[in-house]
Design a protein around this ligand. Sequence first.
Ligand SMILES: NC(=O)C1=CN([C@@H]2O[C@H](COP(=O)(O)OP(=O)(O)OC[C@H]3O[C@@H](n4cnc5c(N)ncnc54)[C@H](O)[C@@H]3O)[C@@H](O)[C@H]2O)C=CC1
Ligand SMILES: O=C(CO)COP(=O)(O)O
Length: 324
Amino acid sequence: MIHPKSQSLASDRQHSTQNPRSVVVLGAGAWGTTLASLAAANGHRVQVRSRRDGAISPSEIERADVVVSAVSMQGVATVVREIQTLPLLPTTIFVTATKGLDPVTTLTPAQIWQAAFPDRSVVVLCGPNLAKEIQQGLPAATVAGSTDDNAAVAVQAVFSSPQFRVYTNSDPLGVELGGTLKNVMAIAAGVCDGLQLGTNAKAALVTRGLTEIIRIGNSWGAKTETFYGLSGLGDLLATCNSPLSRNYQVGYQLAQGKTLSAILAHLEGTAEGVNTTQVLMQRARQQDIYMPITAEVYRLLQAEITPKQALEALMLRDLKSELL
Ligand SMILES: NC(=O)C1=CN([C@@H]2O[C@H](COP(=O)(O)OP(=O)(O)OC[C@H]3O[C@@H](n4cnc5c(N)ncnc54)[C@H](O)[C@@H]3O)[C@@H](O)[C@H]2O)C=CC1
Ligand SMILES: O=C(CO)COP(=O)(O)O
């Protein structure tokens, strides 16, 4: 699928400031405002829309070259429905940066956008991108994943800078699932650190967590090698090791004995992993896929077990080959 507009954007790859584009960012949370700053710093015309601004006006969206969705998962369906009623350029590219799964259908945000706009290019933007670090100007890298290479290259040009290196990838599902499923493991990693289980335990958890992500990701249709990239292993390492991660914070505070509702009441922003764990368990059960870490995170979030019981349950399973 080649879109004329994305082709012209693609030719601007290294010169984005000389060809300002119109970018609308939906969602004014930590990530939406950070992405807006990155695009604006490259000289693009950027508008950020928050839920509080009310309905999006047709004049705002009708000239958008790129529409970036950075709302949390619970807002995706609403935002998609709203945009469907508005006039768009035939060449507008959608970028989705949400890391979540639909609780009813288990669809990813990109699948929801693509189903609503079957003739348009959808690009997934995912990577180890803790917003607070990027806001401080610290260097980071990410992935623009799409089946439309030209659209991915166009999005690469919009966001790339000396501080923010954007790679492309033609496996958008793998890119998106890597960024989404690691949130479950980030909760587990927070528990691991909260219980002070040490570096060996953390390394085992993250490594076996990646195995689990690949197992279910493959069954979804994503490629193994994508999970070894920035949006998979990269984001897993970032969020499993940083107290800046909200998902890590959920796990860490559970290990301190706090209840989930008390943690979420004081958490700054969204911890998508709480909902993602439920959806992932639903899918794993339906498809009979072995997800032991996810299962223990699920039971912990349901308050069925304590963090220590979750650890015991994982350690006392039947012995098996690493490659199974
Ligand atoms: N904060 C970060 O470092 C990163 C976050 N992400 C992902 O980006 C998404 C947003 O994250 P944050 O900005 O951190 O979350 P946040 O909690 O700071 O902001 C969420 C945004 O979604 C909007 N929203 C929620 N429900 C809505 C609805 N029904 N209609 C319209 N808008 C709605 C909120 O108004 C808010 O602007 C999440 O899926 C997150 O996993 C991805 C990469 C980095
Ligand atoms: O996805 C993120 C970094 O890549 C942000 O992680 P949290 O949502 O856990 O804060």
